[in-house]
Ligand binder design. Structure first.
Ligand code: UD1
Length: 430
């Protein structure tokens, strides 16, 4: 089984290019089947989640061409089913975006229920509530979510929790409903805005995405388009924290700095220097890191997908820090691995109390989920000595060329399969 072998201790220095946002690309790919015309997409990250979704869409009869690594040309004029059974889809959370897209276009959908990272119970009641408000009959049966409507009618929907997924799903279905839909307490994440922009470029009438009230006037059909996905806020944030954690100097290129504000402000608070230019941001960590408090919140708050990365940094800062996870209840599973690397962290429910220590030491660790996996790699890069990181398939779900991009910054990291490979890596880097 593949692992990362890592020799820690090198500050990461240099430039890194950020790819397209996974969490924007996924709903945009799904929404591409809402027109019979051809859709040309750019900046699609080549990561497992987008590839699984594209394969599943091809299985439904969507013609998908991926001539270039980050481009996709899709045509869904001849899809052969609205009953999506592809077992691989269970592994990705975003499979449920096919429900909103299919329900909007064909007024029926049946899709295997989503999986994704095990970071807490991930209800879909708000998705169901939204589809029902639009007039659909929705049932969970035989491990699938099934939605069907004679016709979809616009509605006024108040979301009980701020949910990225539910906002996106209801927005897609409402785009092709009759009349006007208002989604209140909508998620404001950049990927919600990106999907709205994409749908509008296909002829949809969506206003207010990026605020907590989204207004959608249903249109009878959508047309083809060309669209480039926004840069990945979380990939960028991960490399920004890589600089902080390894005491490095990293310029993160191809970003939208506005999307990074909450991340930048925490890096400044803990003592890093951050320089912003048009589409890049440089993070320099020349002084010891300071403690702080952070609570994850929906955008524009500090993203839950950056919680493990900031925890890794705070564990090696001066003083006591507190991290409160307010989005997912089970997102501190990786802390046991950090403790094995020398961190001093106590988790009580959704709060982690961190007493800073001076440095990590290498260990054999496992990635429990996507973002925590990436954060553990950063800890290993800062650690004294050698580490191995298992279960890297989680990391590959959302980070394209992660080891290669880190190597480009001077990291000593390699993909290995056997103990012999590990010994060779040690000889090479010793
Ligand atoms: C998306 C992101 C994920 C990110 C999360 C929060 C994708 C593919 N994934 O996940 O990386 O961590 O946003 O920014 O884009 N909830 C309900 N009922 C629902 C839906 C959600 O109670 O119907 C709750 C969830 O349990 C969670 C909170 O709302 O506590 C936020 O979840 P949500 O924003 O929906 O996250 P996802 O869309 O699953």
């Amino acid at each position: 089984m593949e692992q990362y072998a890592i020799k820690g201790g090198n500050p990461l220095v240099g430039e890194v290019e950020i790819g397209g946002a996974k969490n924007a690309a996924l709903p945009i790919l799904a929404a591409s089947l809402m027109t019979d015309e051809t859709v040309y997409l750019e900046n699609i990250p080549d990561v497992r989640d987008t590839n699984v979704l594209l394969d599943a869409m091809e299985g439904m009869g969507v013609l998908a061409k991926r001539d270039e690594r980050h481009k996709a040309v899709l045509n869904a004029a001849n899809i052969n089913t609205t009953d999506v059974k592809d077992e691989k889809l269970k592994r990705i959370r975003a499979s449920y975006y096919l429900v909103g897209a299919l329900l909007g276009k064909y007024k029926e959908a049946s899709v295997v229920l989503p999986g994704g990272c095990d970071i807490g119970s991930r209800a879909i009641d708000q998705h169901i509530k939204g589809f029902r408000a639009l007039g659909a009959d929705v049932r969970i049966e035989f491990g699938a979510i099934k939605a069907k409507a004679e016709r979809l009618q616009g509605s006024h929907i108040y979301m009980d929790v701020v949910s990225v997924g539910a906002t996106i799903n209801v927005m897609m279905a409402a785009t092709l409903a009759e009349g006007k839909t208002i989604i209140e307490n909508a998620a404001k994440e950049p990927h919600v805005v990106d999907l709205a922009n994409f749908l509008n470029s296909m002829g949809a009438n969506i206003r207010g995405a990026g605020t907590d009230v989204i207004r959608i006037k249903g249109v009878p059909r959508l047309h083809g388009t060309e669209y480039a996905v926004i840069p990945d806020q979380i990939e960028a944030g991960t490399f920004m924290f890589a600089a902080a954690i390894t005491k490095g100097d990293v310029t993160v290129k191809n970003v939208i700095t506005k999307h990074l504000e909450s991340i930048t402000s925490k890096l400044l608070e803990i003592g890093c220097e951050v320089e912003e230019a048009d589409d890049c941001v440089r993070v320099v960590a020349s002084k010891p890191l300071r403690h702080t408090q952070v609570k994850t919140l929906p955008y524009p708050g500090f993203p839950t997908d950056m919680q493990p990365q900031i925890t890794v940094a705070l564990a090696m800062s001066q003083g006591t820090s507190i991290v409160t996870e307010s989005i997912f209840e089970n997102r501190f599973k990786y802390v046991d691995e950090l403790i094995r690397m020398g961190a001093n962290i106590k988790v009580e429910g959704n709060i982690a109390v961190i007493n800073g220590m001076t440095h990590y030491t290498g260990a054999s660790i496992s990635a429990p989920d996507l973002r925590a996996g990436a954060a553990l790699v950063l800890a290993a890069l800062a650690a004294e000595g050698y580490s191995t990181v298992d279960d890297i398939r989680y990391i590959e779900r959302g980070y394209e060329d992660f080891p290669q991009k880190l190597q480009g910054l001077g990291a000593q990291i390699e993909v290995i399969e056997t103990e012999r490979d590990f010994q060779k890596f040690k000889l090479k880097t010793g």
